[in-house]
Design a protein around this ligand. Structure first.
Ligand code: ATP
Length: 255
């Protein structure tokens, strides 16, 4: 396997002298191509900051982040939007779909930004819709479909340009348990069939149990990591709960 993402001694401080918050203290890790990595940790442990640094939405205070060898921390601000567009896919808790466009048009937007030839647009949307099981809602508007269907549409939009890395920030945060389960099974299928590399931040142990490996953050550092290996998902889920208890406060305090 090849390394897609490599973080070397990342630090991120907010504020200035006398009033510094060390959001990330010193984090290093790598993500291999085709991995499904989860990031967990208590509120304030640095999950969002880490995701923002990886997606170059925020700058690091020290350290380097390499995406397939390109140092993200060195990319000039004017080139960042293009870098994100060409390499990253995003899925957010609140879907971020445009209400005035149909599901199909929402997905097409991502292709239009990539200047996809007109004749390729429909087949590619159809192909992705099949993978995400949303063919029957392509002509509906976001307000006409369920939260789970909206999130699968958001996944389709994020994946249609084959990003090097899919970043998911609490993708099941706004979903009920049934929709969460369907979305996660779909994400797992995509991960297995398309070989997509996924980095997912979540506070939820059930959601995290779909990942292959989980990094647990505490106070801006990696507290520990868990690999699924040959465990069943339910055995992995129990191990996750044990780590969350060890981190402190039990599951209810981890978000
Ligand atoms: N823009 C900012 N300015 C100052 N401090 C910040 C800023 N953003 C985050 N922090 C601080 O950095 C630390 C890490 O925050 P971060 O949002 O990354 O945590 P988190 O694990 O994502 O938390 P949550 O699960 O509640 O979203 C916290 O102490 C937070 O208060």
């Amino acid at each position: 396997m090849s390394t897609i993402l490599k973080l070397e001694h990342i630090q991120k401080y907010y504020g200035n002298e006398g009033n510094i918050t060390k959001a990330i203290q010193d984090i290093s890790f790598s993500v291999e191509a085709g991995e499904f990595l989860g990031i967990m940790g208590a509120s304030g442990s640095g999950k969002t900051t880490l995701l923002n640094c990886i997606s170059a939405i925020d700058t690091v205070s020290a350290g380097h982040i390499y995406l397939e060898g390109t140092d993200i921390t060195e990319i000039k601000p004017k080139s960042l939007a293009r870098f994100r567009r060409e390499n990253l896919g995003f899925v957010f808790q609140d879907f971020n779909l445009l209400d005035t466009l149909t599901i199909s048009e929402n997905i097409a937007l991502a292709l239009a930004i990539h200047k996809t030839p007109a004749q390729d647009v429909e087949p590619r949307i159809w192909d992705m819709a099949q993978k995400l099981n949303i063919c029957d809602i392509l002509n509906k508007y976001p307000y006409q479909v369920s939260g789970g269907q909206k999130q699968r549409c958001a996944c389709a939009r994020a994946l249609i340009n084959n990003p090097r890395l899919l970043l998911a920030d609490e993708p099941t945060g706004a979903l009920d348990s049934h929709s969460s389960q369907m979305l996660l099974s779909t994400m797992q299928g995509i991960h297995e069939q398309m070989g997509a590399t996924i980095l997912m931040v979540t506070h939820d142990a059930f959601t995290a149990s779909y990942a292959n490996r989980i990094l647990f953050l505490r106070d801006g550092e990696i507290f520990t990591e868990l690999c699924k290996g040959h465990d069943s998902r339910s055995a992995f889920f129990n191990k996750i709960l044990n780590v969350l208890t060890m981190i402190g406060g039990g599951q209810s305090h981890v978000c």
